[in-house]
Design a protein around this ligand. Structure first.
Ligand code: UD1
Ligand code: UDP
Length: 379
């Protein structure tokens, strides 16, 4: 019998951890593999929140985050740090997810060692290298390197084929975020105390309509963040609403939001929520207002209308399904679209229908099966 194949799973930020813990679990459950987990800790506290709820203890933790890190310094540290781990582990394959600096540097370090890279959440394209920035280019770099491309939907598969990726290298698997969402909802059902911490706010805001907000995009730093904050301020002028906004730890987000929104009685700026509590926020919110990638995937799955503060999206499936709407980052447009949803019941109900364009919750199992086939084919 051949020894299990060592698979190095590399990630560093909150969304990568959420989308990869189901893959690590599926690898662990399969005797053909020995998963080795390396976190860059490009995020620290927000990564640790996910590791804790998933019960995941990394084999390697590079602890790379520095406050207010720049892209070039971060990328340089990632490339050398991840390369060293690869030299030590000598994995058969490397798995990366999505489009962060960690994912891109992980793919590049593996390529420099001629180790095949498997890309989870492959083929997302906005067509604009500055929206989202720098993720669109990170994805393209990983797409050039990857051996297996796990596209969440037919749309992302088509984008890869249009870039001449060989069709037999691209597999539509769904998005592992739905696996994570199902897993955490089951955990909450079994142990409700995992998601009870919003209750103080729920009492405080009783009778008001809750709007959940997240925002962190680098391309919005500066003017974009100011415009978003101003939109939230104007929305919160309405006495019938309350905003719950877990603020990303990036200082470029926190400084603007604290200054502009910190003193409003019906805007709660809170610390980042762990995943179960964020899922609770998704369930109590009437509307989500966000520039996040992951929230655009979770909201449609839960039938929660989501206004997306971006000019363009690499996740058109939520828009096509009718649950997501692009509102850009102009204050007046955000406010108008929010008021429309709050005041027009028919418009709200047209959006509030559950769709699952991003998968059925079995993506991780499919991905691991496909990697197994690939290894079997080569043996
Ligand atoms: C990163 C990813 C982005 C992803 C986002 C998810 C890149 C270039 N950006 O953006 O694609 O959508 O994560 O949230 O890969 N910080 C903390 N503690 C934390 C996390 C962040 O203090 O747990 C602060 C630090 O000051 C850090 C800064 O936020 O330097 C920025 O973190 P970074 O990972 O560079 O960028 P994000 O904006 O979080
Ligand atoms: N999320 C969370 N706590 C929060 C905000 C978000 O657990 O306070 C989760 C959310 O459910 C989603 C992911 O984090 O799965 C999205 O992360 P983020 O918006 O930071 O990154 P993106 O998806 O835009 O890359």
């Amino acid at each position: 019998m051949t020894a299990p194949a060592k698979i190095l799973v590399v990630f560093g930020t909150r969304p990568e951890a959420i989308k990869l813990f189901p893959v690590v679990a599926a690898l662990k459950a399969d005797p053909r593999f020995t998963p080795v987990v390396c976190v860059s800790a490009q995020h620290r506290q927000m990564l640790d929140q996910v590791l804790e709820i998933a019960g995941l203890v990394p084999d390697y933790d590079l602890d790379l985050m520095t406050p207010g890190q720049t892209l070039d310094r971060l990328t340089a540290a990632l490339l050398t740090g991840l390369g060293k781990v690869m030299d030590e582990v000598q994995p058969a394959r490397v798995i990366v997810q999505g489009d962060t600096a960690t994912a891109m540097a992980g793919a590049l370090a593996a390529y420099y060692r001629q180790i095949p890279v498997d890309h989870v959440e492959a083929g997302l394209r906005s067509g604009n290298i500055y929206h989202p920035w720098p993720e669109e280019v990170n994805r393209k770099i990983i797409g050039t390197i990857a051996s297996l491309h796990f596209a969440p939907t037919d749309v992302s598969r088509a984008a890869l084929l249009a870039e001449n990726v060989a069709p037999d290298r691209v597999h539509v698997t769904g998005n592992t975020v739905i696996d994570a969402l199902h897993w955490v909802r089951k955990r909450i059902a079994a142990k409700p105390s995992l998601a009870d911490g919003l209750e103080g706010l729920e009492t405080l805001f009783e009778g008001r309509r809750i709007i959940g907000v997240t925002s962190h995009r680098r391309e919005n730093f500066g003017g974009g963040m100011e415009a978003i904050a101003e939109a939230i301020r104007r929305i919160a002028v309405r006495p019938d609403v309350a905003v719950i906004f877990p603020v990303h730890l990036n200082p470029n987000v926190r400084s603007v939001m604290n200054e502009r929104l910190g003193r409003l009685s019906n805007v709660a700026l809170i610390e980042p929520l762990d995943y179960p509590h964020f899922v609770r926020l998704l369930s109590i919110a009437e509307i989500m207002l966000t520039d996040s990638g992951g929230v655009q995937e979770e909201a449609p799955a839960l039938g929660k209308p989501v206004l997306v503060m971006r000019e363009t999206t690499e996740r058109p499936e939520g828009v096509a399904a009718g649950t997501a709407r692009l509102v850009g980052t102009e204050t007046s447009v955000i406010v108008t679209e929010m008021f429309k949803l709050l005041d027009d019941k028919a418009a709200y109900e047209a959006m509030a229908r559950a769709h699952n364009p991003f998968g059925d919750g079995n993506s991780a199992r499919r991905i691991v099966e496909l990697i197994g086939n690939e290894i079997g084919r080569k043996a």
